[in-house]
Ligand binder design. Structure first.
Ligand SMILES: N[C@@H](CCC(=O)N[C@@H](CS)C(=O)NCC(=O)O)C(=O)O
Length: 213
């Protein structure tokens, strides 16, 4: 598998899933500003016509997009690791429900307007207003259980990745103690600690490159 990623972007979730389930992959870094593959300067639009990561090239040569699909694919390649409940089970639909919630309600609905320097203030205010209800809800859920589905799954890999972004926004996790404790606890997990440390170094290198450009 080839994972096209950007440092500390939503693709960190897939790196976590790969490490957690002990799977090998090639990690191909994309510069999202230039939409070029970093290693060879090739046009990333040729991989994903939307220019977004993740893209996952699988053995057949097919390329899969969208976090929810990519994460489930990776989980299913190492089913015994238990990162996704069995296909067709009710639990699997609960997983899909969380992946949709994180991708739409949090990533797109809250964080993109807050993080995008081009988003107008009205969009940011709208996103901030949406954040409270969603974070209150997650805080209630995670006060009662350690993981979204009761045990670690790709939904947690995705949620911890998105919560990392709060440091670059005015959202303060301290306002939601159970969510803050969940985030800190997940960062102790070896797959997450390793993936985060590696991508943090890549992120710093990317920032230095952008500054020098
Ligand atoms: N709906 C997509 C969204 C992916 C997405 O927004 N990726 C971000 C990085 S976290 C990206 O590539 N942003 C650059 C862009 O949208 O041009 C998914 O769930 O995979």
């Amino acid at each position: 598998m080839d994972l096209y990623f950007a440092p500390l972007a939503c693709t960190l979730a897939t790196r976590i899933a790969l490490y957690d389930s002990g799977q090998e992959a090639r990690f191909i870094e994309v510069d999202l500003r230039t939409k070029k593959v970093l290693a060879d300067g090739s046009d990333y639009f040729a991989v994903n016509p939307l220019g977004q990561v993740p893209a996952l090239r699988i053995g057949s040569g097919e390329v899969l997009y969208e976090n929810g699909a990519v994460l489930q694919y990776v989980a299913d390649q190492a089913a015994t690791a238990g990162l996704a409940p069995p296909a067709g089970s009710y639990e699997r639909y609960r997983l899909q429900r969380w992946l949709s919630f994180i991708g739409s309600e949090l990533q797109k609905g809250v964080f993109i307007p807050l993080l995008d320097p081009d988003a107008p203030e009205g969009a940011k205010a709208f996103a901030r207003a949406k954040a409270t209800l969603r974070f209150d809800y997650l805080n209630r859920i995670l006060a009662e259980r350690d993981y979204l589905l009761g045990r670690f799954t790709v939904a947690d890999a995705y949620l911890v990745t998105i919560l990392n972004w709060t440091v670059a926004t005015e959202i303060n996790l301290a306002d939601w103690p159970a969510l803050k404790a969940y985030h800190a606890r997940l960062h102790q997990r070896p797959s997450i600690a390793r993936a985060f440390a590696e991508e943090r170094a890549l992120y710093d290198a990317e920032q230095a490159r952008h500054k020098a450009a």
